[in-house]
Design a binder for this molecule. Structure first.
Ligand SMILES: Cc1ncc(COP(=O)(O)O)c(C=O)c1O
Length: 475
């Protein structure tokens, strides 16, 4: 492609993107497609000769777009949000155009130093302990795996890195029964073995019970196992439950355990001083992860990973072959040693664009509005006798179910709500996801896109009630 053509097409795409931003409501949130519908429209083999951009773009419009789920749609309330904002998209365009691989300072000094500065900003913005060092990782799953590996190496004095598990005691990892699936996955990959992940019971708010944690640690010690690590959640995936950081941290200090905090979604709320009760005691933790790509309006992927002991992190990961050495290694920070991947995208740029475009106060205002909207919905649900909240709503994730009169059993209620969710999602007008809380099928609604308005959630809530009370009556 000639540069002149690139220029022309790039202008066209800028228009396409702006139109998409403006017209997103015209798309169904979830596409009405069946498995195989998209693939069957794609040729079985690649083209032998290059094709015109216009042709590729036409296929994008007619084949790809009809098969997309629109995560930025105002009626997308599923999972946790994946952020997208205009400044972040603009920065991603620059990142792609520059095409730098930012594994070490030498391969892109500005990328490395901007990442350092942005991490210092985030540390201050979230009031994390001074002195902690941060880096951008691809996902919270990757950061949690890095934390588990740090825990493993600290407790084994780097022997597992060197010799494997030979001669090691049985190492135990603790997390609440509501922890995200990235923790068992990390426990598997780091070699602890999933049987050594101990799930700690939770209280009525789905938060870890520290006395049960201590009992589990004592039990393991009595059997000759070695407690190694605790993972706590600030904001579980099912219900944004907040594990009590200080008492868990104190137990970690008492027993010499590594303490990782997974705040993938809710960590962003620490930008708000009034939400910092959630991180009380954070100085006792060893590492902390949150995803600007979930609620801080920065496009996927962008995960902020902070550690107390930078040397432990780099000692866990650092391997320096001749071909990666540079004359400046002693003077600079090389992020290649801070995690699993070597090659790194220039992810700090979009974060920088986002923080500068909105400013701390602009970000805080949006988060406060999202929380206000979540609280509004919770209050509305409480007013309706045939709906019930199934978990506290500390932020903006609302967990509820339809519970009409009629003496339905728990099993019937589960079926009614499963059917309600499917009917709503199949309508293409809204997208929600589910979880199970105390065995109850639970509908989750979370609204946290940069443009989210109260009106969007009001529309969604109206639709939920109509479908539940109307179309659902002939059970
Ligand atoms: C609490 C929690 N931890 C970890 C993750 C995993 O995030 P990622 O997709 O960045 O690995 C999620 C995803 O929703 C989450 O909710």
């Amino acid at each position: 492609m000639q540069t002149a053509d690139f220029r022309r097409y790039a202008h066209q795409l800028a228009d396409w993107m702006a139109d998409y931003f403006e017209n997103i409501e015209q798309y169904p949130v979830k596409p009405p497609v069946q498995p195989g519908d998209i693939k069957s429209q794609l040729p079985a083999g690649p083209p032998l000769e290059g094709e015109a951009f216009e042709q590729i773009m036409a296929d994008f419009e007619h084949i790809i777009m009809p098969g997309m789920t629109h995560w930025q749609h105002p009626q997308f309330f599923a999972y946790f949000p994946a952020s997208r904002s205009a400044p972040s998209v603009l920065a991603e365009m620059l990142t792609a155009a520059i095409g730098a691989q930012c594994m070490i300072w030498y391969t892109s000094p500005a990328a490395e130093e901007l990442e350092e500065r942005c991490m210092e900003w985030l540390r201050e913005m979230l009031a994390l302990p001074a002195g902690w060092a941060g880096s951008i990782q691809e996902t919270a799953s990757a950061a949690t795996l890095a934390a588990l590996l740090m825990a493993r190496e600290r407790i084994s004095n780097f022997q597992v890195n060197q010799k494997g598990w030979y001669g090691q005691p049985r190492l135990r990892v603790y997390a609440s029964e509501h922890i995200h699936s990235s923790i068992p996955k990390g426990v598997r990959i780091a070699g602890f073995g999933e049987e050594n992940l101990v799930l700690i019971p939770t209280d009525e708010n789905f938060a870890m019970l520290p006395d049960k944690l201590e009992a589990a640690i004592e039990h393991d010690l009595s059997l000759g196992s070695q407690p190694a690590c605790v993972v706590a959640a600030i904001g579980t995936t099912s219900s944004t439950a907040i594990d009590p950081i200080r008492p868990i941290g104190e137990l970690c200090q008492k027993y010499g355990l590594f303490f990782h905090v997974d705040a993938a979604y809710a960590g962003t709320a620490l930008l708000l001083p009034e939400q910092r009760w959630m991180s009380e005691g954070m100085e006792l933790a060893d590492s902390f992860v949150f995803n600007p790509h979930k609620w801080l309006f920065t496009n996927f992927d962008c995960t902020a990973f902070f550690v107390k002991d930078k040397k432990l992190l780099t000692d866990t990961f650092s391997i320096l072959p001749e071909y990666l050495k540079t004359p400046l290694d002693q003077q600079v920070n090389n992020y290649r040693d801070w995690g699993i991947q070597l090659g790194r995208r220039f992810r700090a740029l979009k974060l920088w664009f986002v923080i500068r475009t909105y400013g701390l106060e602009g970000l805080q205002a949006r988060l406060r509005e999202h929380i206000r909207i979540g609280q509004w919905l919770a209050a509305e649900i409480e007013k309706e006798p045939d709906f019930e909240l199934l978990a506290p709503v500390p932020l903006n994730l609302v967990c509820f179910r339809y519970h009409p009169e009629g003496g339905y059993s728990e099993e019937q209620l589960n079926r009614i709500n499963e059917q309600l969710l499917q009917t709503l999602n199949d309508s293409g007008k809204i997208l929600l996801t589910q979880t199970k809380l105390n065995g109850k099928y639970t509908i989750r609604l979370v609204a946290g896109q940069v443009e989210t308005k109260l009106e969007d959630v009001q529309n969604g809530w109206r639709l939920i009630q109509e479908v539940a009370r109307g179309g659902m009556n002939d059970r």
